[in-house]
Design a protein around this ligand. Structure first.
Ligand SMILES: Cc1cc2nc3c(=O)[nH]c(=O)nc-3n(C[C@H](O)[C@H](O)[C@H](O)COP(=O)(O)OP(=O)(O)OC[C@H]3O[C@@H](n4cnc5c(N)ncnc54)[C@H](O)[C@@H]3O)c2cc1C
Length: 307
């Protein structure tokens, strides 16, 4: 029979590691399962983090390592494995976590598997990621003060990003493949009122160019075929985020793939908590992910005491 943990945390990004730190201090018998070889989650791919309190300008990779070191120092146990599905025995009963390698059991679970930003898959995108190519205006916008940037996308996030960037950039292009935006009308009105934003309709990004830093964006008009090169320093890609929740389908209520949970991490399934980017929330950042981890452990402790 598998060892029955008090708590299994799935994912070791800021939410999972924040939870691991709090769970160790709460003396819960905890296992963290992470599919990647290195802990840290999306933070690892972040060139520079300038909005995490107390650590201005730290490289994402270093922050990821520091979070893991902290959890290790407190004695957290880790397993490198990919969770494929979870079987829930119901309130008070063990939950089985079925992985590619092994099956684990716990009395409570924290789902902290994060999310993945969709990529465009165009030349230059990967090479210049963190060197002018960004998937997060809230994270990186401040690096583009008085510079020119483009936002690619047409939904709420793209329009919000363009409005946010227009406050600091000298010029912002919004590049959208159609002739109308999908974003909420109120957002569109705010966008249209800005005189440093230019919307390039019916346009797609073809390649991002620059040596060591973004310098140009090649776009093409899908109706006329006309090509144009924009001189700029930043390209913000806002074409969607996919929550990593496939392994949990049918386990708890979801909204567009995000696990429905409030700040306390409580989901529709008793004893199963959600933390970080994978849950429904307003702001997906390191600070809110780490805070979610702490809150989810507090809720898990309460659940374990009651059951
Ligand atoms: C390029 C980029 C730059 C960013 N810059 C900043 C910034 O400057 N400041 C800021 O505050 N935020 C930034 N963010 C956002 C921030 O990184 C996220 O909000 C944060 O990492 C979310 O933490 P999380 O723990 O919820 O999820 P994640 O960081 O996504 O971690 C989830 C973990 O779960 C693991 N996992 C997923 N599925 C499974 C499975 N089935 N089995 C086992 N393990 C699994 C993943 O491998 C991963 O390690 C940035 C994001 C990106 C992509």
């Amino acid at each position: 029979m598998a060892h029955l943990y008090d708590l299994i945390i799935i994912g070791s990004g800021p939410a999972g590691l924040g939870a691991a730190i709090y769970a160790q201090r709460a003396r819960l018998d905890t296992l963290v399962i992470e599919k990647a070889m290195v802990s840290g989650g999306q933070v690892l791919t972040t060139y520079e983090v300038d909005n995490y309190p107390g650590l201005p300008g730290i490289s994402g990779y270093d922050l990821g390592l520091k979070l893991r070191e902290h959890a290790d120092k407190l004695g957290a146990q880790f397993a490198e494995d990919e969770v494929e599905r979870v079987e829930d025995g119901g309130p008070g009963a063990p939950k089985r976590v079925i992985c590619a390698g092994e099956t684990y059991e716990a009395r409570a679970l924290i789902l902290a598997t994060g999310a993945v930003h969709r990529k465009l898959g165009i030349p230059g995108e990967e090479e210049l990621a963190g060197m002018g190519v960004s998937y997060c205006a809230t994270c990186d916008g401040a690096f583009f003060r008085n510079k020119t940037a483009a936002v690619i996308g047409g939904g709420d996030v793209a329009v919000e990003d363009a409005i946010f960037l227009a406050r600091m950039c000298s010029k912002v292009y919004l590049i959208h493949r159609r002739d109308a935006l999908r974003a909420a009308k109120s957002l569109q009105e705010s966008l249209m009122a800005l005189d440093n934003v230019e919307i390039l309709w019916d346009s797609v990004a073809e390649s991002i160019e620059g040596s060591g830093q973004v310098e140009r964006l090649q776009i093409s008009n899908v109706k006329t075929g006309e090509k144009r090169k924009l001189e700029l320093q930043g390209v913000f890609i806002a074409v969607g985020i996919t929550p990593e929740s496939r392994a949990f389908e049918g386990l708890a209520e979801m909204d567009h793939g995000y696990i429905k949970a409030g700040e306390d991490g409580i989901t529709s399934a008793p004893g199963i908590f959600a933390a970080g980017d994978v849950r429904t929330k307003q702001l997906r950042q390191i600070i809110t992910a780490a805070a979610d981890g702490a809150n989810a452990v507090t809720s898990a402790e309460r659940y374990l005491t009651e059951h």
